[in-house]
Design a binder for this molecule. Sequence first.
Ligand code: 13P
Ligand code: SF4
Length: 323
Amino acid sequence: MKNQPLREIFDKVRHVVTEPEWALARPLIEEIRQLKAERDALILAHNYQHPLIFFGVADLSGDSLGLARQASQVDAQTIVMCGVHFMAETAKLLNPDRQVLIPDDQAGCSLADAITAEDVEALRERYPGVPVVTYVNTSAAVKAASDICCTSSNAIEIVEALASDQVLLIPDRHLADYVSNHSEVEILTWEGGCVVHEEFRASEIDALRVDHPDICVIAHPECHAEVQASADMVGSTSQLIDWVGNHRPDKVAMITECTMSDNVASHFPKTEFIQPCSLCPYMRRITLEKIRDCLRDGSGEVEIDEAIADQARLSVTRMLEVS
Ligand code: 13P
Ligand code: SF4
């Protein structure tokens, strides 16, 4: 993914980027590449990032687990996280001595906003002795108040590794439903949800199947349980991408943030992507201009209170040790 020739990049994005848009983006991409080299920086991009970012400037990409793993192995001076704030915080937890920049510090997440460290403490009092597994889509303070983190790709494995009859899996109630439906462990949860995935309805999937009887439907576990049940497969963003790569369906609906399909479509031109679209307003805050500005000015530096960083790091590294 490292600095492909610009013409090759345009070939990858031309199904969603017009010639005039490319003419505007091209000098920015060149400037970002130059600044990256000057600053010894590495750009990590989540699978939901716009194709111009994903193909144009990112060095590494992945789902939340993939980004955390990659962040634990970088040797650059600076990491720029093209994703949302909790992803940048996770990168900082794993790289306390490196500079971690996020191009827009308002790139949050409705799940991270759904729960506080005080809420976790109250849950611990209500359910004494029950281990607390926190989805990585949370603040460092919430991670610090937890026993271990998980992502959408390893939640079942993490919950089962705790060898407890009951587990608190917070804050996404839909991810909790997913684990509960695939495990014997009793899952207690919280009322959090993702504003993007909660938009999807099982009736939309039924309608898709009527219009396209041969369509494959794959969904993210942040969707409602009924949507998960209607899907042919449920998984993290990278697991959904891998599924398309392994099955090469003629038609697919990826029931997740829809920018991802634009990136995946570049790799699988024979597959037709059809789906209802729901965009993440937080992910969309990251733009080429803001990436250029943060690399040029060193702005958007992620800082984590030392009082919580050590404990939060433990929750993340425990997860990486299990999965
Ligand atoms: P993944 O870990 O599956 O990429 O999910 C992150 C996310 O924010 C999904 O909305
Ligand atoms: Fe958060 Fe949902 Fe956006 Fe993912 S898609 S970053 S869970 S709001």
